[in-house]
Design a protein around this ligand. Structure first.
Ligand code: GDP
Length: 494
């Protein structure tokens, strides 16, 4: 973060930092100028006011003569703390009664119950973290897989904040040079070398483009990879989902078309969170309720990173061929999976194995030529897809749980998130994506006006716009609304 000076916030906040409910221990956290003195008043064991920072002390918390608990008190003297204020953490036995009694006692003595995310908000306001790092704290707490942990950790450690800060500094330099030119008005002076400025913008745009592109990947790492399981009713979609999830969740039934709505289930395969979406099948139907389901299927397919097209040996080969052709045209990787291989005839196997999938990778290569950056967004779907989905079907028996591991491996290889370098800077937050896109648009506008001497004022204001949007990400530019939106999503105590 830049040299933001620490704010003086006069009140001291308190909250339970561990989950509520019974645990081995509970940690109550206080932050603010009176954190140490407030705890010292009710603590018996040592005088906490004369202890060094980063020390832990054993003693009792008393409400008058009543001993509430034996506790460990950790002391962090500002600015060497999470919030840069004085912070005390009281580790108590994990009884809801003890925790509540201690918090009530300290509130009676002058502490204020913290709002959601208020500790992290203070850390941000005091310059300990920038805004994107503060947001990463929330992501880190919410991370439930190796991949989501990795993106959050990298963002919290400031990976991409540093990159943006550097760009911002360079732009600020140019903005001030151009402002200076404007001050000279009629005189034909040029402080900001246009070629240098262009060079800088090209350089920045390359970085912006890479960050914007990384969103697809960062987002699926954070929120999970949506995978649609599509296929006619009764081919075994629910059974497959159950086999993948290894539990009986979606309803399995003998009647065609009973999976009317889309069901989402999450599971972690190879450290990556997948969201499997079971659908009503891609078949035209006259049934109104099911027609709605089909509409949703198409919607869901559009969002998918991968389609598993499930067929069974009852189906006409021609129909499968048609669907494969249709799915090939979507530009989304898909895997054709033949279910019920236990009842498949050799004739069916022979015919179905001859259905070749058009490689969606090749299609994208073709599309790439001669298009500008804007249109390349369609390629973002599989940013690192060196691996091509198999062009011939996989055979499984969902009911007998055969071929499920091979399918899981193929899914992982097709998604290909494994090739991510841990040092890669990824963005995973839609707010950041939007700000980066707006920055890029402003800079493109700078490029348009750059060679036109009449439009110097536009130049300055476009650069300022770009600076504004970049600043929004890291928090040099904030509004109360923005802070409210971000921090209200935090849990209390964080
Ligand atoms: P959905 O409509 O596509 O979701 O299909 P379901 O999962 O409800 O399955 C339809 C029927 O196919 C059920 O009776 C399943 O038991 C049966 N089924 C599913 N997988 C297999 C399999 O691998 N082999 C056989 N023989 N039957 C299966």
């Amino acid at each position: 973060m830049d040299n933001k000076t620490q704010l003086y916030i006069s009140d001291t906040i308190i909250a339970l930092a561990t989950p509520s409910g019974i645990g081995a221990i509970g940690v109550i956290r206080l932050s603010g100028p009176d954190a140490i003195s407030l705890v010292n008043e009710v603590f018996e064991g040592k005088d906490l006011s004369i202890q060094k920072s980063h020390t832990i002390h054993f003693g009792t918390i008393r409400d008058g003569d009543l001993i509430l608990d034996e506790v460990l008190v950790s002391i962090f003297i500002g600015p060497k703390s999470y919030t840069k204020e004085n912070v005390v953490e009281i580790s108590t036995h994990g009884s809801a009664y003890i925790i509540e009694s201690i918090i009530k006692l300290l509130v009676r003595n002058g502490a204020r119950p913290a709002n959601p995310g208020e500790f992290t908000l203070r850390a941000f306001l005091n310059g300990q973290l920038d805004l994107s790092q503060a947001e990463a704290v929330a992501d880190l707490i919410a991370s439930n897989s190796k991949a989501s942990h990795q993106v959050a950790m990298q963002q919290m450690r400031g990976g991409f904040s540093h990159e943006l800060q550097h760009l911002r500094d360079q732009l600020i330099h140019f903005a001030s040079m151009i402002e200076l030119e404007l001050d000279f008005g009629e005189e034909d002076v040029e402080f900001a070398n246009r070629e240098d400025l262009k060079g800088l913008i090209y350089q920045i745009n390359r970085i912006l483009h890479r960050l914007i592109q990384s969103f697809e990947q960062g987002n699926v790492m954070k929120n999970g990879v949506p995978v649609v399981i599509a296929g006619k009713p009764n081919v075994g979609k629910s059974t497959l989902l159950n086999a993948l999830l290894n539990e009986e969740r979606a309803i399995v039934s003998e009647i065609a078309g009973t999976t009317r709505d889309t069901v989402e289930d999450e599971m972690i395969i190879g450290g990556i969170n997948f969201r499997f979406i079971d659908t009503a099948g891609i078949r035209e139907t006259v049934d109104i309720i099911e027609a709605k389901g089909v509409e949703r299927t198409h919607e869901k397919i559009g969002q998918a990173k991968l389609i598993i097209y499930l067929v069974d040996p009852e189906q006409e080969i021609g129909e499968i061929e048609d669907q494969v052709k249709y799915l090939s045209g979507l530009g989304i990787p898909f895997i054709t999976v033949v279910n019920k291989s236990d009842v498949m005839t050799p004739e069916f196997e022979e015919k179905v194995s001859n259905i070749k999938v058009q490689d969606p990778g090749t299609k994208n290569q073709e599309r790439k030529h001669g298009v500008d950056n804007q249109e390349q967004t369609s390629d973002l779907r599989h940013p690192t897809s060196d691996f091509r989905p198999p062009t011939t079907p996989l055979y499984i028996s969902a009911r007998n749980k055969q071929g499920i591991d091979v399918l899981k491996n193929t899914i992982l290889q097709t998604i290909n998130l494994h090739s991510i370098n841990t040092d890669d800077v990824l963005i995973s937050n839609i707010r950041h994506l939007e700000a980066l896109q707006k920055t890029e648009a402003s800079l493109n506008s700078v490029l348009e006006n750059i060679d036109n001497p009449v439009t110097s004022d536009f130049l300055a204001s476009d650069i300022k716009q770009a600076l504004y949007y970049l600043g929004e990400i890291t928090g040099q530019v904030t509004t109360d609304d923005l802070l409210e939106t971000i921090f209200s999503k935090f849990c209390i105590g964080k």
